[in-house]
Design a protein around this ligand. Structure first.
Ligand SMILES: Cc1cc2nc3c(=O)[nH]c(=O)nc-3n(C[C@H](O)[C@H](O)[C@H](O)COP(=O)(O)OP(=O)(O)OC[C@H]3O[C@@H](n4cnc5c(N)ncnc54)[C@H](O)[C@@H]3O)c2cc1C
Length: 363
């Protein structure tokens, strides 16, 4: 049996592909399925990576500026992560890694369209995203530097020049998480916390021991317990009922909020805090910013999400003995979810060699 630890988007897709291979698979999730992943806006950016690259030159000072203006908070940082970040600062992983990321993105896109063709019960739609930014020209430069070559144009929204990102696909992460759970019918889902992998057994927190052939650790930023440099970049995702929804998907980087309309609700997301605590301390700021785009709404569901971020913003996909580690997608976990799950499944089954995304790059 192969056990997947973590029922976020990466773990759900890993279990999905293992099931499709006819493998005996179980999913272990300490809390509710996708409690953290559900917070996401659901904007899939298959050709845009620049925002994830938290180690490009100049990023640290931009982030400090965000902290000073109250748009981000740094509440607790792991010293080992910080040291690795300083070491990786300004490093570009090279063309082969970007080619690999681009293949992962295109695989994920194909898979989302295949799932939607079977049944579009997660409101997938291809549409431009309107990005409100501080300085349009600077953003244009940054998009031109993006190794994944996004298609975009400069447009207008609410009387303001904005970036219109043309390659976006939007999905409801709430509905997609539910769909993936339905796809996993027959897979044993165990609501417990995994403690350790010991001698071909996954030991759960209550002492239960599961005999395993392999384990996929898709446990988000909690993978740090395995010595993996990954930090929790916390944000909130709320679903709100609104009589008048915006007609577009808006990524307002000035206000610090994404507003995405769906048929039954508006998804409002925001914050990028280095923060492992589960409270709602900065939620009001996000809701306040959203009022610019949806003047009146009523929140009926709030999720706290932790983007698992590595010091270079690239994911980790690595086999260590009987374990596979699949984490580190940062802002783009839904965008890369299918590819992360598929590669983790292949690594667990011994059907492929190492990826260029191992932790060896941090040494
Ligand atoms: C506000 C916000 C907006 C976002 N918007 C987007 C977006 O528009 N597009 C996009 O592509 N991405 C977006 N993201 C990023 C995306 O949500 C994340 O990259 C993704 O959720 C990471 O998924 P994961 O499965 O790796 O980790 P997680 O979702 O963190 O899942 C890990 C799971 O493992 C479980 N777990 C941990 N340890 C154990 C253990 N020992 N035993 C059992 N279970 C355990 C946890 O409870 C958790 O459920 C957003 C994130 C946030 C917070």
């Amino acid at each position: 049996m192969i056990v997947v630890v973590g029922g976020g988007v990466v773990g759900l897709f890993a279990a999905y592909y293992l099931k499709r291979e006819g493998v005996d698979v179980a999913l272990v999730e300490a809390r509710d399925i996708a409690h953290s992943s559900r917070a996401a806006a659901g904007v899939l950016e298959f050709t845009k990576f620049e925002l994830n690259r938290i180690n490009v030159g100049g990023y640290a000072s931009r982030y400090l500026k965000m902290i000073r203006s109250g748009k981000a908070a740094l509440r607790r940082i792991d010293p080992l992560w910080l040291l690795t970040y300083l070491k990786m600062y300004g490093r570009d992983p090279g063309a082969d890694v970007w080619a690999f990321m681009s293949e992962m993105a295109q695989f994920s896109k194909r898979e989302y369209f295949r799932l939607a063709e079977e049944s579009n019960d997660f409101e997938l739609r291809e549409e431009p995203v309107y990005e409100v930014v501080d300085e349009v020209e600077k953003e244009v430069d940054s998009l031109r530097r993006d190794p994944l070559r996004p298609r975009f144009e400069v447009g207008e929204l609410d009387g303001r020049r904005v970036i219109v990102y043309l390659d976006a696909v939007v999905v409801s992460t709430d509905l997609l998480a539910d769909r993936l759970v339905r796809e996993l019918s027959g897979v044993k889902i165990i609501k417990k916390r995994a403690a350790e992998l010991e001698d071909k057994h996954l030991v759960l927190e209550d002492g239960e021991r599961l005999a395993v052939d392999g384990v996929v650790f898709a446990s988000g930023w909690w993978c740090r317990r395995m010595g993996v440099p990954v930090a929790p970049l916390k944000g909130y995702g709320v679903r709100a009922a609104a009589a008048q929804k915006p007609g577009k998907t808006i990524a307002d980087f000035v206000g610090g909020v994404f507003v995405v309309p769906f048929s039954r609700w508006v998804k409002i997301t925001g914050r990028f805090d280095v923060d492992p605590y589960p409270d709602l301390k900065y939620l009001d700021k996000v809701l306040e910013a959203a009022r610019r785009w949806v003047p009146s709404f009523e929140v009926f569901d709030t999720a706290v999400g932790y983007r698992p971020c590595t010091p270079d913003g690239l994911p980790i996909l690595e086999r260590r003995g009987d374990a596979v580690i699949a984490t580190g997608t940062c802002r783009l976990g839904w965008t890369y979810g299918p590819a992360m799950g598929k590669l983790a499944a292949e690594l667990a089954l011994g059907r492929r060699g190492d990826t260029p995304l191992t932790t060896r790059r941090f040494r």
